[in-house]
Ligand binder design. Structure first.
Ligand code: PMP
Length: 410
């Protein structure tokens, strides 16, 4: 069933508010998604009726909370089409998931001269953890450029992968260019040399169906807050035989088997990677968010997203003074970066905000990509299942006003 975005607006209480005396047009879902009523209600009901710490108490509430928490893990496995929930680890966000892999896998697997292959289009969350690891282990990072079509240059990627490659880590959906990476093909290249293949699914998870087995991923991360769940929860899935061999990341309660004063042994997966009290109610919220998305259908959401992208690109391209970035085609989702002549992106975003339109401005945690595009920063409008054509029309109108106010024509 196609997405009825106008009807879906009603699922999000915050979308009925006004900003600067104008109706809110929320076009910043790529930074963080708003929360549907269903998620808010699930979290509220959990706190009111079942909340306690997990995996600890013998009492009823603790058992109920544990059952809710573990049900969320099963739900994440289903969302990713993972073979089992045993290798789904709850983390705070995609960033923590990637850092977990860098610490648990990287510190034992990587040696001086080993190579890590990354693209220039990665979010800083999929760059900086590898910089830290490479510095510690004496590893070398190979950066893959974009091709002339602003997609990852697959020939350059194939050439960068070699006998010393131990890791290939890349995005599934770009947070700036809005384009899907050919992940399954990259998996083949990585696996041909026995490298670990990590996929940063932070932007893909809210927008398109994910099947970690079909993608050939060894590890896949995403953040709850971008799929309509509360902030503070995310998930890392790792192929089970790999995760079983990895040492812990953080130490503390919950992740142990036995503890002496001078040594300890560690729990089996996934608990080995979940030290301390986790984000319990947030996991319940994540469960509800994934139910919501799957009920609507990720394939339908992706169709909606791509149709909006086509519409927005068409309308923005017709505006004098507006420069668009990112490829066009069937692999392009609803993340649209642009600049308005020589007006600073922050000025554009502030002027749009004054008209109730929320967009992001800056380098989008992608400085190498900004350099590759030859800009310091951009404005970015990003869409989700509640975004309508009318929202995009309001964006376009607001951009025209801003452009005319600043007297800017390219
Ligand atoms: N990767 C990509 C592609 C992202 O867009 C983001 C969030 N902007 C992240 C990683 C990091 O997500 P988080 O801040 O939730 O850890």
């Amino acid at each position: 069933m196609a997405i009825d975005a106008a009807a879906r607006r009603g699922d999000f209480p915050i979308l009925s508010r006004r900003v600067h005396d104008a109706p809110l047009v929320y076009l910043d879902s790529a930074a963080s998604a708003q929360k549907p009523e269903r998620v808010l209600a699930a979290v509220d009901a959990f706190y009111r009726g079942h909340y306690a710490n997990v995996h600890r108490g013998a009492h009823t509430l603790s058992a109920e909370a544990t059952a809710h928490y573990e049900a969320a893990r099963v739900r994440v496995a289903r969302f990713l089409n993972a073979p089992s929930e045993r290798s789904v680890v709850f983390v705070r966000n995609a960033t923590e998931g990637i850092n977990l892999v860098a610490h648990a896998w990287g510190r034992q697997a990587l040696h001086a001269g080993d190579e890590i292959v990354l693209t220039v289009a990665e979010h800083h969350a999929n760059l900086v953890p590898w910089h830290l690891l490479a510095a510690e282990r004496g590893a070398v990072i190979r950066g893959v450029p974009l091709g002339s079509d602003q997609r990852v240059d697959m020939e350059a990627l194939a050439a960068a992968i070699g006998p010393r490659t131990k890791l290939v880590a890349t995005f599934h959906l770009s947070n700036v260019l809005g384009v899907v990476n050919p992940v399954a093909r990259i998996a083949e290249l990585a696996h041909a040399v026995g490298a670990l293949f990590l996929v940063d699914g932070a932007q893909a998870a809210p927008h398109l169906p994910i099947d970690v087995q079909a993608l050939g991923a060894d590890a896949y991360v995403f953040s709850g807050h971008k799929v309509g769940a509360p902030s503070g929860i995310g998930a890392l899935w790792v192929r089970e035989p790999l995760l079983r061999d990895w040492p812990p990341f953080l130490g503390g309660g919950e992740m142990i088997r036995t503890v002496e004063v001078d040594r300890s042994t560690y729990a089996d997966i996934p608990m080995r990677f979940e030290a301390g009290t986790p984000a319990i109610a947030e996991a319940v919220g994540l469960h509800a968010a994934l139910d919501y998305l799957d009920d609507l259908g990720l394939a339908a959401i992706w169709d909606h997203d791509r149709a909006l992208a086509r519409y927005a690109i068409g309308r923005l391209r017709a505006l004098d003074g507006v420069t668009l970035y990112g490829p066009e085609g069937d692999d392009r989702g609803g993340i649209v970066p642009f600049n308005v002549a020589d007006v600073h992106p922050h000025d554009v975003a502030s002027a749009l905000d004054a008209r109730g339109v929320a967009v992001r401005a800056g380098h989008h945690c992608a400085q190498p990509l900004m350099r590759a595009l030859g800009v310091r920063s951009t404005v970015r409008a990003s869409f989700w299942l509640h975004t309508t054509r009318a929202d995009i029309d309001l964006l376009v109108e607001a951009i025209e006003e801003v452009r005319d106010f600043f007297g800017a024509v390219a």
